[in-house]
Design a protein. Structure first.
Length: 509
């Protein structure tokens, strides 16, 4: 044992330094770097204490009314991230969308609906898939604005499209409460068309430390904040873990391909409410419970926090999981590709998706993407197409054929007390094409001339009219589309969506 510690001392020391920052421990902060005692991997992120809070009771009518009010406000086609009303609603020091009591009612209603769903949800195209959002409400609203909002009105597409969210709704960003309120409202108002999967950050052992609990208490007050935090985590325990789209595409909420996950049926056997274990907690004695806990530990514990004795220290290849379940590809939403979407093509395909921009304002930034999945009527081929969002102002001007010098991106994220997990971001600069999942379960890349379309974000980084750049705003605004020079030719038959206004010819910024 001593030899093993000696051999891995440098690696353990590097990991421990990151853990100390992650936990923001007062006693560690007061010591010199060389005096820090190294925590063990299993105890690096301690279990979050559970508080005895009773879920609010409510009638279905009251919850639906609350949800409808939120949807009408945030899913309106006129919503603009720079509008004064929305800016006030998203004030970082208060929460004005709902009262604490209304939010409790919404959580209780959503938990009731979520608990009735299977652990693996079956969906048929057309489907829109969203990756990590991390409390970035303006990024979510930007996707809705450019690709139709999830409403049943003429401006929306919920009459014929399902929405699938891959988890990681909270932590890191500044408006986790707004994101969760909107998503839970959509679920309560449209239970059969909205699917909310449970990601890694829908675990109290993470969101207790990485932002959600602090945001609840800061914006709702000490007492109400604790109650809402507990209500939200009780709701998370009722979320499904995966979905199968069109009998070919596996969507996995936790984001990790655990080595112990060899068949999708293993997820189907899990029961709700599902409590995620912690590596430091005692292991169960029964073999069946040990197997289940092993799977959950590998799915929900970040790689660098999972002791090697309790699970694999790296993601497994998807081939065995997909072939045993007769699937063609898997999509996860935990990684942060540089362009928002990446596809690893091979015998089996892994897709990675991130729907929030410039994760934690890290150098270089990242674009965001969603996936639009449709099915060809005649052949049965599943078409998976990314739609990209950017805050890169220089790139937008490059697309429009103009230049602006001395422009820099405004911060999109609050200051991070704890640094992002190592390895969360992926390298790569190309916006990859989509893929076709063929009936024989083979995969073909999309045939596309040039790069896919690119859309600007609302809020920080958007081109504002008052800055003297109104001409660009007019060209980018979906309510005032520019002439045909920025039209993008469609390459397949899909349900109608707003016109694509421009397609990048070159990448800059």
């Amino acid at each position: 044992m001593a030899d093993e510690v000696s051999d891995t001392g440098a690696a353990e020391r590097e990991t421990a330094e990151w853990h100390a920052l992650l936990l923001d421990l007062d006693e560690v902060a007061e010591q010199e770097h060389h005096d820090v005692s190294l925590p063990s991997r299993a105890l690096a992120l301690p279990p979050a204490p559970a508080v005895a809070v009773k879920l609010a009771g409510a009638t279905e009518e009251s919850a639906v009314a609350i949800a409808g009010r939120v949807i009408r406000l945030l899913c309106s086609p006129d919503v603009d991230g720079t509008a004064a009303g929305l800016a006030l609603t998203c004030n970082s020091n208060s929460f004005d969308l709902l009262s604490a009591g209304e939010l409790q009612v919404l959580c209780a209603a959503a938990a009731k609906v979520l608990r009735q769903e299977d652990m693996v949800v079956e969906l048929q195209p057309p489907v829109k898939i969203f990756g990590a959002l991390h409390g970035q409400i303006f990024d979510l609203l930007s996707h809705f604005r450019w690709h139709r909002p999830p409403t049943r009105e003429s401006s929306g597409d919920l009459r014929y499209t399902s929405y699938l969210f891959l988890g990681n709704y909270a932590d890191r960003g500044g408006h986790s409460l707004e994101v969760l309120t909107l998503l839970l409202s959509l679920k309560v108002f449209n239970p059969s068309s909205i699917v909310l999967l449970r990601g890694v950050h829908e675990s109290r052992h993470l969101n207790y430390h990485l932002g959600l609990r602090e945001e609840c208490m800061r914006r709702l007050g000490q007492s109400a904040g604790v109650e809402i935090f507990e209500n939200l985590n009780r709701t998370f325990e009722c979320m499904s873990l995966a979905a199968v789209v069109g009998d070919k595409l596996l969507a996995l909420g936790p984001g990790r391909l655990a080595s112990s996950l060899t068949r999708v049926d293993q997820l189907r056997k899990l029961r709700k409410p599902l409590v995620v274990p912690h590596p430091a907690q005692p292991r169960p004695e029964k073999l069946a419970q040990k197997v289940e806990e092993q799977l959950l530990l590998e799915l929900f514990t970040p790689l660098d926090l999972l002791p090697s004795l309790l699970g694999s220290v790296e993601d497994a290849e998807p081939e065995r999981l997909l072939r045993s379940s007769r699937l063609s590809a898997v999509v996860t939403g935990h990684s942060v590709p540089a362009r928002g979407f990446s596809a690893e093509l091979g015998s089996c395909v892994r897709l990675r998706l991130c729907s929030c921009l410039d994760y934690c304002d890290l150098p270089g930034g990242n674009d965001a993407a969603i996936l639009c999945v449709t099915k060809q009527v005649n052949s049965g081929t599943l078409e998976v197409r990314p739609r990209f969002l950017t805050a890169r102002v220089a790139e937008l001007y490059s697309v429009l054929g103009s230049q602006r010098h001395g422009m820099s991106r405004a911060p999109r994220w609050p200051p991070q007390r704890c640094p992002p997990s190592p390895g969360r971001r992926l390298s790569g600069v190309q916006r990859g094409p989509g893929i076709d999942l063929l009936p024989d379960r083979t995969v073909a890349p999309e045939t596309l001339q040039g790069e896919p379309p690119l859309y600007p974000v609302l809020g920080c980084g958007r081109v504002h009219e008052e800055t003297g750049q109104g001409q660009v705003l007019k060209e980018l605004d979906p309510q005032n589309p520019s002439p045909s020079k920025h039209k993008h030719e469609r390459h397949s038959s899909r349900p109608p969506r707003p016109k694509v206004l421009f397609s990048p010819k070159a990448s800059s910024g």
